[in-house]
Write a protein that binds this ligand. Structure first.
Ligand SMILES: [Zn+2]
Ligand SMILES: [Zn+2]
Length: 336
């Protein structure tokens, strides 16, 4: 089979011929149909994750079909449509695992970072950690829901979103466009904050009522003028400056939830935090209960990612286009 491999940090992706891996006890073999391309894949390539292992097959937005099951596996069955997220496995017995928050497990393994992921024709996964893909979602659309969808959907839930609130989404990339769609589908009023003025039309097409161009306006000031500020700011761009600039635009009791890891620190004034009882939090991906909720909500409300398809051989090109901001949509590798 073909696999796209990162041999070592700060190297290129190389397409290799590898034997098809075999599922051991408790594992399944997934025939990968599609795998979304995430900024975190770029971090594997650039060597920015100290916990990454090499050589590594990136990819944690996996959608495919169970090809084979290992000994002792009773679910899923051969032929089932399944996906894999960032969470490859967890210890199962720490405090976070037993309370169903296994994405916070200190012993978790990460798909495409510490265990080979979806940039290959077949991958092995622990049976207990695959997510069933609902009927009506095709593979290329299901892929990006495994990370970009899960992270934004779950970020809104973790920030305590309630129907009718105002949500400001920073950035309109792979995560941001899904953030707008989820917030709208959940009953929010939505603003988009972007440093790219020509994204306004797209933001409005997706359902945003307000567009803040940070080249001409300060995000915090502009948000305050939006009926008193945002109840939730969904920071999808990996920019700590953008989050810092937007934070003062939160309404009282509002929450800024950071979804991407960028360089630098976020600053918030104690007056804004204490005086307005505002909240600053982060939210990583999600656990198994969360991906099931994400997929179910997406299928029933037709919240689908905007995608551009690439063959596996063009994995490098897709990453490069994402890196340089040339891609408007989520890149998805389509393998079958
Ligand atoms: Zn990701
Ligand atoms: Zn654990």
């Amino acid at each position: 089979m073909k696999a796209a491999v990162v041999q070592k940090p700060q190297s290129e992706i190389v397409i290799e011929d590898r034997p098809v891996p075999q599922p051991k006890s408790g594992e399944v073999l997934i025939a990968v149909h599609a795998c979304g391309v995430c900024h975190s894949d770029l971090n594997v390539l650039l060597g920015l994750f100290p916990f990454a292992r090499y050589p590594m097959v990136p990819g944690h937005e996996v959608a495919g079909v169970v090809e084979k099951v290992g000994p002792g596996v009773t679910w899923p069955k051969v032929g089932d449509r399944v996906g894999m997220t960032w969470l490859f496995s967890s210890c199962g017995h720490c405090k976070m695992c037993v309370q169903g928050d296994e994405v916070l497990c200190p012993f978790m393994e990460v798909t495409g970072v510490t265990k080979d992921g979806g940039y290959q024709e077949y991958m092995v996964a622990p049976a207990a950690y695959v997510a069933p893909i609902p009927d009506g979602l095709d593979f290329a659309e299901a892929g990006p829901l495994m990370c970009a969808g899960l992270t934004t959907f779950n970020g809104l839930r973790n920030a305590g979103f309630r129907v009718g609130q105002k949500v400001a989404v920073i950035g309109l990339g792979g995560l941001g466009h899904l953030g707008v769609l989820y917030a709208r589908a959940m009953g929010a009023r939505v603003a988009v904050i972007s440093n790219t003025p020509d994204k306004e039309a797209e933001a409005r097409d997706l359902g945003a009522e307000h567009f803040i161009n940070t080249q001409s306006q300060k995000a915090g000031d502009a948000l305050k003028e939006w009926d008193g500020g945002a109840d939730i700011i969904l920071a999808t761009a990996p920019s700590t400056e953008a989050a810092t600039d937007a934070f003062p635009g939160l309404a009282s009791d509002g929450t800024l939830v950071l979804l991407g890891i960028g360089a630098g620190d976020i600053k918030a004034s104690p007056m804004d935090l204490v005086g307005g009882r505002r909240h600053l939090m982060g939210s990583p991906s999600g656990s198994r209960k969360d991906i099931r909720a994400t997929l179910d909500f997406s299928a029933h409300n037709q919240v689908l990612p905007h995608i551009t398809k690439f063959p596996l051989q063009d994995a490098s090109k897709a990453l490069e286009l994402m890196h340089t901001g040339m891609l408007r949509d989520r890149a998805v590798l389509v393998l079958r």
